[in-house]
Design a protein around this ligand. Structure first.
Ligand SMILES: [Zn+2]
Ligand SMILES: [Zn+2]
Length: 123
């Protein structure tokens, strides 16, 4: 499958620019200012499914100096299975909380099949 870069917010494919940050390369859309990680997975890191939806995440404000820059919405991948609750919330136009780690982007330890055996539930 070709990895064409497409803005998750507006569908722009041309006016995109990469920016190197501490967290890796971030792509910014020149049309709507949305941002997302270039290395966004196209399959879920937890279940391997490919039902991935890009949704906006609320960024905590960087408080460095007094310069206030307009920060576009940052998009993260959500798995329709593993992140179902958060995806439903995002579908109601509520941004994903900044501290939320999507199971699609990073394998969830208390989720997937491999964790089910070792997880000890309190009775
Ligand atoms: Zn865009
Ligand atoms: Zn999943």
């Amino acid at each position: 499958m070709p990895r064409q870069m497409t803005c998750p917010a507006c569908g722009e494919t041309e006016d995109l620019s990469g920016e190197r940050t501490d967290a890796g390369i971030v792509i910014r859309c020149g049309a709507c200012e949305a941002q997302w990680a270039r290395d966004t997975p196209y399959t879920c890191a937890t279940c391997g499914g490919d039902d991935i939806h890009m949704r906006p995440q609320a960024l905590t404000q960087y408080s460095r100096g007094t310069q206030l820059s307009i920060v576009g919405l940052h998009y993260i991948p959500l798995c329709a299975g593993c992140d179902a609750a958060m995806l439903a919330r995002a579908n109601q136009q509520k941004p994903v909380p900044g501290q939320y780690h999507s199971a699609a982007a990073r394998k969830r330890r208390d989720g997937g099949d491999d964790a089910a055996d070792t997880l000890i539930l309190p009775r």
